[in-house]
Write a protein that binds this ligand. Structure first.
Ligand code: SF4
Length: 416
C-alpha cells in the first residue's frame, strides 16, 4: 500500500488539469512520474548534447547528509513508491560506499531507486552490491552523442549495449537504455528498435530523449527530422502497426509518450489500448504499487486479493486476456508461447530558451534541489542558479553545516 494521500493526489490532479483524462496516471495513482537526485555534477564523458553546465566539473559533490535529506524530502513531497533517478553527472563517480548508502536509504524510505549511468564505471561488482542494497532499475545511457572511441555509429554501440546487459543479468534489475535522438542518428533508430526487440525481456525499457538545446551541449537545437511523432513513427514502423500512444498518460502528452508492449517473436503488441479501461483500473487499484523486487508472484497475489474486493475485475481480466490471446494466437504458436516484455518511452525535452509554462507546470519529471522540486527542463535551463549556490545543510546529528560548491581555485575558473 502507498501513502499517496488524497491531498497529495488532489494537488497533483490540479496541476494536471490542463491535460487530464481517464488515462492520466498523475493525480490518480501517482503524484509524480519520477524525481532526479543529482549526487554529483562530475562526469567521465562530455556528450555533444549534455544538459550539464559548463561549470559542472568545478562543483564539489554535495555532502552525503544533504543527499539523504533530499531523499527524505522526496518521500515527504511525493510519498512512498516514488521513482527516484540517482543521477548526475555520472553517479558512479561518487564514492561507492556513499552510493550504496544512498540506495539503501532510498529503499528504507520505500522509494524506488534507479541508477542512471553511462556504464563506464558501473562494474558487475558494483551492480551486485547496489541490487542487494535495494536498487530497482539500472538505466544505461549509450549513444553517439558520447563519441566513444571505436564506436562510429549506433550499430557499433550494440556490442557495448550487450556487455551492459550481461553486467546486470540475474540481479532482478530492470535494464533501461537511454538514447538521445539527434539529426545524426535518427536514421538508425529503426534498427536500434529492432535491437531492443531482439533483447526484450533482458531490456525492460527503451527510452528515447529528443535533442534539446540546453546545458553545455554543442550540437544545438533539433531540426524537423527529430520529433516525438518521428520517433513514434519509427517504433510503429518496426511494429508494422499503429500503436495507442495515449492509452496511458503520465503528465503532459507533449512532454512524452509511454507504451508497455509484449514482444512475441518479431511482433510488438501493445498491452493496453483502451484509455477508459486504464482509467477504471487506476481508479480501482490506485493505492496498489507493484514492487518488482518482491517477485512477480507476490505482485500478482496483491492484485488478486485486491480484485476479490471488486470481483467484476475477474471478468474484465478474463475478457482482456482472451482478447490478447486471440489477437496474438498465431505469433504465440509460431514462438511456442514465448512472450517478453518491453516498454517504450519518448521524452521531448525543451530547449532552455523555449520553455513552455503549461508543460513546466504539468511536469512529471522533477529534480530535487535544496529549494525543493524543480522541473527537469527548468533546472537544465537555469542549472548554475542551483548548483553554484553555497547552502547550509543539516547533518544527521542535527547540527548545521556549510556547503560551498566551489573551491576558491575553481571560483576564478567559472564561466558566465
Ligand atoms: S517539462 Fe520537461 S522534464 Fe518535465 S516532463 Fe516535460 S519535457 Fe519532461
Amino acid at each position: 500500500m502507498s501513502d499517496q494521500t488524497p491531498e497529495r493526489l488532489a494537488e497533483t490532479r490540479q496541476r494536471m488539469a490542463a491535460v487530464d483524462g481517464p488515462q492520466q496516471v498523475l493525480g490518480r495513482a501517482l503524484t509524480i512520474g519520477c524525481v532526479a537526485l543529482e549526487i554529483t555534477q562530475r562526469c567521465n564523458l562530455d556528450c555533444t548534447l549534455c544538459y550539464l553546465s559548463e561549470n559542472s566539473e568545478h562543483v564539489v559533490d554535495i555532502p552525503i547528509d544533504e543527499v539523504l535529506q533530499r531523499l527524505s524530502n522526496i518521500r515527504e513531497t511525493y510519498g512512498t513508491y516514488t521513482n527516484v533517478q540517482i543521477t548526475g553527472g555520472d553517479p558512479t563517480l561518487r564514492k561507492h560506499s556513499e552510493l550504496v548508502e544512498i540506495v539503501r536509504y532510498a529503499r528504507r524510505l520505500e522509494l524506488f531507486p534507479s541508477l542512471f549511468t553511462n556504464g563506464i564505471a558501473a562494474s558487475r561488482r558494483l551492480l551486485v552490491t547496489l541490487a542487494k542494497a535495494g536498487l530497482k532499475d539500472v538505466a544505461f545511457h549509450v549513444d553517439t552523442t558520447q563519441q566513444r572511441a571505436g564506436y562510429a555509429d549506433e550499430k557499433s554501440l550494440n556490442a557495448l549495449r550487450e556487455q551492459y546487459i550481461e553486467r546486470a543479468r540475474g540481479l532482478g534489475l530492470m535494464v533501461i537504455f537511454n538514447t538521445t535522438v539527434h539529426a545524426g542518428n535518427i536514421a538508425e533508430i529503426p534498427d536500434l528498435i529492432r535491437f531492443f526487440r531482439r533483447h526484450a525481456g533482458d531490456v525492460g525499457l527503451a527510452s528515447f530523449q529528443l535533442q534539446a538545446e540546453t546545458g553545455r551541449g554543442v550540437w544545438g537545437g533539433r531540426g524537423q527530422e527529430v520529433s516525438i511523432e518521428g520517433v513514434r513513427n519509427c517504433i510503429e514502423g518496426v511494429a508494422a502497426r499503429p500503436l495507442p500512444w495515449d492509452a496511458i498518460r503520465i503528465g503532459h502528452p507533449e512532454c512524452h509518450s509511454y507504451l508497455p508492449t509484449l514482444v512475441i517473436g518479431d511482433d510488438i503488441v501493445p498491452i493496453v489500448e483502451d484509455p477508459n479501461l486504464i482509467g477504471e483500473f487506476i481508479a480501482d487499484f490506485s493505492n496498489h504499487h507493484a514492487d518488482r523486487r518482491e517477485g512477480w508472484r507476490r505482485v500478482v497475489g496483491q492484485y488478486f486479493l485486491a480484485a476479490i474486493r471488486q470481483p467484476r475485475w475477474f471478468l474484465r481480466a478474463g475478457k482482456f486476456l482472451m482478447r490478447l490471446l486471440w489477437q496474438t494466437r498465431r505469433a504465440l504458436l509460431r514462438n511456442r508461447g514465448r512472450v517478453r516484455q518491453l516498454s517504450f518511452f519518448v521524452h521531448n525535452f525543451m530547449d532552455a530558451a523555449a520553455l513552455d509554462s503549461e508543460r513546466v507546470n504539468a511536469c512529471s519529471f522533477m529534480v530535487m534541489t535544496n529549494r525543493g522540486p524543480v522541473s527537469m527542463c527548468e533546472h537544465n535551463a537555469k542549472r548554475d542558479e542551483y548548483i553554484l549556490q553555497p547552502i547550509k545543510f543539516r547533518r544527521r546529528d542535527g547540527s548545521l553545516g556549510d556547503y560551498d560548491p566551489l573551491r576558491s581555485t575553481s571560483r576564478q575558473a567559472l564561466r558566465a
